[in-house]
Design a protein around this ligand. Structure first.
Ligand SMILES: NC(=O)c1ccc[n+]([C@@H]2O[C@H](COP(=O)([O-])OP(=O)(O)OC[C@H]3O[C@@H](n4cnc5c(N)ncnc54)[C@H](OP(=O)(O)O)[C@@H]3O)[C@@H](O)[C@H]2O)c1
Length: 164
C-alpha cells in the first residue's frame, strides 16, 4: 500500500494556527487537488472541521475521531489510523492530509511526503510538522517557485520517499 503525506510547511515547520492554515497559495491548492482527487484522504477531526465546505469532493474522506456518535456528511469516521488504513484498498495511494497529530502518527507508516515549503517563518503558529529525518527520507524532486501576483511567498514543492 502506498501511504503518502501531503503538507504545506513554513521554514520553521509551522502548519497552522487556531485550526486554520497559515498560507493561501493557489498553486499549492491546485497541486493538492490534482494529487488527491480520485483517492482516499485521511485526516484528524479538527482538520475536517476546518474545511470551509466540509468533505472534499471526488475523494473518499476519512476522519479520525475517538468520539462515539460523531457524524460528518460525506465522510467516514474511524477510531484509529491503523483501522482506517485497514479499510482502504491496498492497491491505491492513500493521502494523509493532517493535522499535526495525524502527521506525527503517520510518519512511520508513510512511504512518501509531498511537501510544500513556504519560504517564510514569520507567522504565529500552534501546529507543526515533525522534523524530516534525512537518514530515513530521501529527496526525489524539487521545484522552486517565485513570488507572483497570486503568491505572496516563494515556495518549493519537494517530494521525499522513504529509503527502505
Ligand atoms: N499546512 C498543512 O498542510 C495542514 C494540513 C492539515 C491541517 N493543518 C493544520 O493542523 C492543525 C490541526 O492539527 P491538530 O493536531 O490540532 O488536529 P488534527 O490532527 O486535525 O485532529 C485531531 C483530532 O483527530 C482525532 N484523532 C487524531 N488521531 C486519532 C487517532 N489515532 N484515533 C482517533 N482519533 C484521532 C482526535 O479527534 P477527537 O478529539 O474527536 O477524538 C483529535 O482530537 C490546524 O491548524 C490545521 O489548519 C495544516
Amino acid at each position: 500500500m502506498n501511504i503518502s503525506i501531503i503538507v504545506a510547511v513554513s521554514q520553521n515547520n509551522a502548519i497552522g494556527n487556531n485550526n486554520k492554515l497559515l498560507y493561501w497559495l493557489p498553486n499549492d491548492l491546485k497541486r493538492f487537488k490534482a494529487l488527491t482527487s480520485g483517492h482516499t484522504i485521511i485526516m484528524g477531526r479538527k482538520t475536517f472541521e476546518s474545511l470551509p465546505k466540509g468533505a472534499l469532493p471526488n475523494r473518499r474522506n476519512i476522519v479520525l475521531s475517538t468520539q462515539k456518535d460523531i457524524h460528518f456528511d460525506g465522510a467516514e469516521i474511524f477510531s484509529s489510523l491503523e483501522e482506517a488504513i485497514r479499510h482502504c484498498n491496498p492497491e491505491e495511494e492513500i493521502f494523509i492530509i493532517g493535522g499535526e497529530s495525524v502527521y506525527k502518527q503517520a510518519m512511520d507508516l508513510a512511504n512518501r511526503i509531498y511537501l510544500t515549503r513556504v519560504e517564510d517563518s514569520t507567522k504565529e503558529a500552534d501546529a507543526f510538522f515533525p522534523i524530516i529525518d534525512e537518514k530515513i527520507w530521501k529527496e526525489k524532486s524539487r521545484e522552486a517557485h517565485s513570488i507572483d501576483e497570486k503568491h505572496l511567498y516563494p515556495y518549493i514543492f519537494i517530494d521525499y520517499q522513504k529509503d527502505i
